[in-house]
Design a protein around this ligand. Structure first.
Ligand code: Z5A
Ligand code: MG
Length: 215
């Protein structure tokens, strides 16, 4: 039998364009929370290890992949839905989940294609666990260019990333659980901000029920 804490963990999401430092920060945040005696776990979307994740990985790496824009959008969403039970049971057992990309990536990356409208893109995300806190790591395109790691995957080009940055900004406006962080600072500077804000949120939500995302 697993012992379950009576306090729930928080659902914390980190979003931002390519090379804004999401993966670097998520990893450091989990380590810092654990050190502060708050159980924490890293999750990443897309989760390339699952059935849908393998299709997504193939789509991102293989520019000839024949999945159309609607189908890949729904696969990215399904990839989150596949993980819902796991997410909920961890959170309800007191584990804070730090998630590298979530529904907002799903919406932003698909909506900028202009093939499906914004509302259509939001629908499959309705009902997923709602983040208690969303960090939006902001970085200028010039700064982004100075960082290593611009790869050959689909979407890894400047104009697409610029449109995604604008879409994130419109998703972020008037949302009280979003915090914009200037990610041009050093890794440690950004990290310190994320830890402080996360600890506040973890304490704030520990006795509150986990909500569902609704657009
Ligand atoms: N996608 C989608 O379409 N729909 C969805 O539903 C989801 C995703 C979930 C794959 O995502 C693609 O899937 C992505 C969106 C789409 N397409 N794009 N772009 P991914 O997360 O697997 O890949 P990624 O976004 O390209 O992430 P990334 O390149 O891994 O970026 P990052 O995680 O934000 O950055 P990082 O790896 O932490 O850092 C990049 C480099 O910068 C690295 O060398 C660091 O050491 C350095 N770095 C980090 N922070 C700093 C600071 N503060 N100063 C200096 N240097 C730094
Ligand atoms: Mg990453």
């Amino acid at each position: 039998t697993t012992m379950c804490s009576n306090k729930r963990g928080a659902l914390i999401v980190v979003e931002g364009v390519d090379r804004s430092g999401k993966s670097t920060q998520c990893k450091k945040l989990v380590e810092a929370l654990e050190q502060a005696n708050f159980p924490a776990k890293l999750m990443t979307f897309p989760d390339r290890t699952t059935l849908t994740g393998k299709l997504i990985d193939d789509y991102l790496k293989n520019k000839d992949c024949k999945l159309n824009d609607q189908a890949i959008h729904l696969l990215f969403s399904a990839n989150r839905w596949e993980n819902v039970e796991k997410m909920k049971s961890l959170i309800n057992c007191g584990v804070t989940l730090v998630i590298d990309r979530y529904s907002y990536s799903g919406i932003a990356f698909s909506a900028v294609k202009k093939v499906m409208n914004l509302d259509w893109c939001k629908q499959p995300e309705n009902g997923l666990p709602k983040p208690d806190l969303v960090f939006l790591l902001t970085i200028s395109l010039e700064e982004m260019l100075t960082r290593p790691g611009f790869g050959n995957e689909r979407y890894e080009n400047m104009s697409f990333q610029n449109n995604v940055a604008n879409m994130y900004n419109s998703l972020c406006s008037d949302k009280d659980n979003w915090v914009k962080i200037n990610a041009a600072g050093s890794i440690e500077e950004v990290h310190k901000k994320l830890v402080d804000i996360s600890l506040n949120t973890i304490r704030e939500v520990e006795s509150l029920p986990l909500k569902s995302l609704y657009f």
